[in-house]
Write a protein that binds this ligand. Structure first.
Ligand SMILES: CC(C)(COP(=O)(O)OP(=O)(O)OC[C@H]1O[C@@H](n2cnc3c(N)ncnc32)[C@H](O)[C@@H]1OP(=O)(O)O)[C@@H](O)C(=O)NCCC(=O)NCCS
Length: 178
């Protein structure tokens, strides 16, 4: 369903915090999206962490997409991101990634990262279309299938796009503050 489609009309969605009541629709999207899908317990365990955020994309009353990400000192790290198959190629994923990008700034969180399975070509093409670039191969990253992942990264505006770690960015911050 998700490959090689003619472009549909852009579907305007409202993106808001995920709440407990969204879980059945989020789980449905998850199961329709991934071979190795997260369970409800996986979502809850993740969302209990203080730095973990869940958001949903809503069309009318219906949840058509979700994203889970972690807040780090200098970046956002996407852990899970999916759109209900029937709503794909309508710009929903693009609006979700734009929402994340709107949380970046030149002096605080400057990057968004995520790991994408090497076999998940549609996600690689999607994130590339949003301005992400593959920066590293993570060998045998997944316990389930043993496959590799590409680490993909989006960098805010004039950020160099280097695959630097948090330490490097923090040193710059310290320099600016001194
Ligand atoms: C990846 C995913 C989130 C994209 O969501 P979406 O709502 O379909 O994305 P959009 O409609 O905003 O797509 C924006 C652009 O990304 C690119 N793109 C998206 N899906 C693509 C695909 N299957 N093949 C090629 N390019 C694609 C296109 O350039 C597209 O623009 P276009 O439709 O004008 O050609 C969705 O396919 C999905 O849920 N996949 C399964 C879950 C998943 O793999 N998540 C990522 C985990 S790392």
């Amino acid at each position: 369903m998700s490959t090689g489609r003619t472009k549909k009309e852009t579907l305007r969605v409202h993106i808001r915090w995920m709440i407990r009541r969204d879980m059945p629709e989020v789980l449905q999207t998850e199961q329709e999206s991934f071979e190795y899908s997260w369970t409800e317990e996986d979502f809850l365990r993740c969302l209990r962490q203080r730095n973990c955020i869940g958001m949903v994309a809503e069309q009318g009353e219906k949840v058509v997409g979700f994203m889970i990400y972690e807040l780090h000192k200098s970046k956002l790290h996407i852990l899970n991101f999916a759109v209900l198959p029937a709503y794909r190629r309508s710009g929903v994923g693009g609006q979700m990634s734009a929402k994340l990008m709107s949380k970046l700034s030149s002096h605080r969180r400057t990057r968004i990262t995520l790991a994408v399975r090497e076999t998940n070509l549609s996600a690689q093409l999607f994130f590339r279309a949003q301005g992400f670039r593959a920066t590293r191969v993570l060998r045998a990253f997944y316990e389930d299938s043993g496959e590799d992942a590409f680490l993909m990264q989006y960098s805010f505006a004039n950020d160099s796009g280097d695959d630097g770690d948090d330490e490097a960015v923090n040193r710059i911050t310290q320099f600016e503050e001194s």
